[in-house]
Write a protein of this length. Structure first.
Length: 607
């Protein structure tokens, strides 16, 4: 009779399907998870591998959904008493996704059952007791929450109301605190075993880079190089301008910051270690510039456009004195002596810096001819002028180290100024753009913090949905103008194409060049067949969070084993198997082969 009465009470008190409360959501999510687990245990997975794989995917989705709801319940019931998760700053950006909780639960159950992480046997043995504690605590939490759902069945309640005098409610709160603490410990250990996390020193250096980038942006705003409207609107051009300006600012104006070249190699940021020798030479050349020439260089780094260099550039006296003071202060130092270079540690990272031979370039005419091949290689970097593969530690850096170039400065002052500024632009842009290619996640995080700090709050602007106008990895459209080649007769139309608004994508190597180098000189040979190449805007990529399954084979994605890949043609999300093909997309300005799905590959090859 007691069992029958209990079943009747459960049937009468269970939440309604249309109930929007957290307890009701948990009740039905947990019920669905239990049914999937029971079905998975009802047959031999080795006899039916396809069915087993499909159910395992559903199980992991159900686990993730249940844990998300439990986290929401803990947020409301525990509030500030929740376990600290500041350690997540050490994690790579791609790890922090909505499905992380489900991945951790699945991993905890596998470890508790005796499985081990591949090539991580020692770490698995260390985590196994904690994994068992997580599984046991989570099972207890689910049982207590199910009972609470039947007692606290207030329909569509906006907040959870627990009876303070109920002993079961008190036990639930204590159980949630224990689970929250041990789950946070397991999360740190599990992720640290699976991927490389940042150390304390690396985090501190990243914070210093955030300060440098923020100070650089504020200085550019005060000089009029950038506008506050660009910052407030998250102008994609700033994603190029800020890192480039930060190199100049860090080498000259904030020489005690993260770009202090007097530090040892081990004390430098990992982002700039491969460019240490190049930074020495850049600093030496930057200190040769006058205040007007420095302003011209910074203007070029911001806009990729030439401004008239006629000596009429006006700077505030404060900025001029600041630059002259630092110039006199630093000229007494020896930046590139043999003793320092001899003690440097060889960097072995596979990062490439281009070495541009620009001795034949002249800026005296409006039309510029570039006879060097513009073919781009995957292993190298190209700024649109020339591309030569050269490692940072072994590079000859011809465009900076040609000493005979500096001997006859007085012979042709104007030509020297323009060529020196151009060479500095090429090398600084090359370093900054390589950061976007090789350290995309770190640079995204730094720029996101910089925008958050320097964006002016607006009270009268309508609040936009989550993810819109937010600088994150979900801005998927490609900013790529490297292969635009138009004749000088269509100058006005060319500039309209180059100024077309794009969104930034760090997944592709980004190359931008000054507008005055984006058109060939008008010659009889090309007058007859020159044409404008119109580039369409690529489709917006579907956010990762909106695609839990592959859009072709419907297999669920995983955090470590089955990763998401976007098709550059349709913007869909696919697994590695369904998006393993590559083809150029000239209509989007992508003349190199890029990743596409199978359907788009067949469509493009037929056309």
């Amino acid at each position: 009779m007691d069992v029958l009465k209990k079943k009747i009470d459960c049937w009468l008190n269970k939440p309604k399907v249309n109930d929007k409360s957290l307890f009701a959501k948990f009740y039905y999510a947990d019920k669905n998870l239990t049914s999937v687990a029971n079905e998975l245990d009802s047959f031999d997975g080795r006899a039916e591998p396809e069915r087993c794989s499909r159910l395992v995917g559903k199980l992991r989705q159900g686990q993730d959904q249940v844990l998300v709801i439990i986290n929401q319940i803990m947020d409301e019931l525990l509030g500030d008493a929740r376990a600290c998760r500041a350690y997540r700053a050490k994690f790579p950006e791609e790890v922090l996704q909505e499905s992380l909780a489900g991945q951790l639960w699945f991993g905890a159950e596998c470890l508790a059952a005796g499985s081990s992480i591949m090539n991580r046997e020692a770490e698995s043995l260390t985590m196994r007791p904690l994994a068992k504690a997580v599984s046991k605590s989570l099972e207890s939490i689910r049982n207590q929450l199910r009972e609470q759902c039947l007692r606290n069945n207030s329909s569509s309640a906006s907040k959870i109301n627990l009876d303070a005098n109920d002993s079961a409610s008190e036990v639930l709160l204590e159980s949630l605190k224990v689970f929250d603490r041990i789950f946070a410990e397991f999360e740190l250990l599990y992720v640290s075993a699976m991927v490389q996390v940042k150390s304390k020193e690396e985090l501190e250096m990243q914070e210093l880079l955030c300060v440098l980038f923020s100070e650089t942006l504020q200085r550019a705003l005060s000089l009029g190089l950038l506008k506050q409207d660009q910052v407030d609107s998250y102008d994609p051009a700033l994603m190029f301008s800020i890192p480039r300006l930060a190199i100049v600012t860090g080498l000259i104006f904030y020489d005690d910051g993260p770009l202090n070249l007097q530090r040892s190699v081990g004390e430098m940021s990992d982002m700039f270690k491969p460019f240490r020798k190049l930074l020495f030479k850049l600093r030496e050349l930057l200190l040769r510039l006058t205040s007007a020439e420095l302003h011209q260089l910074q203007f070029l780094l911001c806009t990729n456009e030439r401004s008239e260099m006629n000596g009429n550039i006006t700077l505030s006296e404060k900025i001029e004195k600041s630059f002259e003071y630092r110039l006199n202060k630093n000229l007494n130092l020896n930046y590139c002596n043999d003793t320092n270079s001899g003690s440097e540690v060889h960097i072995t990272q596979n990062i490439v810096v281009s070495n541009m031979n620009l001795e034949n370039l002249s800026f005296h005419t409006s039309s510029i001819t570039n006879d060097i091949s513009t073919e781009h290689f995957e292993s190298g970097y190209s700024t649109g002028y020339a591309s030569v593969d050269q490692s940072p530690e072994n590079g000859s850096l011809y465009c900076l180290q040609n000493d005979s170039f500096y001997e006859n400065r007085d012979a042709n002052q104007k030509s020297f100024n323009e060529t020196l500024i151009h060479r500095l632009f090429v090398c600084i842009a090359g370093v900054a753009d390589q950061l976007q290619t090789n350290f995309a996640a770190d640079l995204r995080q730094i720029l996101r913090i910089v925008f958050t700090i320097n964006t002016e709050p607006t009270n009268d602007v309508e609040k936009k949905p989550n993810g819109e106008n937010e600088f994150s990895g979900e801005l998927r459209t490609t900013y790529n103008i490297q292969d635009l080649t138009v004749s000088s007769r269509s100058e006005e139309h060319s500039e309209s194409i180059v100024h077309e608004e794009h969104f930034l994508n760090f997944h592709e190597p980004v190359t931008s060049q000054p507008h005055f180098l984006q058109r060939h000189s008008s010659t009889p040979e090309n007058d007859g067949n020159s044409s404008d190449l119109l580039v369409l805007q690529p489709p917006r990529w579907i956010p990762d969070n909106d695609a839990p399954l592959c859009m072709n084979c419907a297999v669920p994605f995983g955090l470590f084993f089955r990763r998401r890949h976007h098709c550059r043609n349709c913007g869909g999300v696919f697994c590695n198997v369904c998006s393993s093909l590559c083809t150029p997309l000239p209509k989007y300005g992508l003349f190199k082969a890029v990743r596409v799905c199978k359907d788009c590959f067949l469509s493009e090859t037929r056309n």
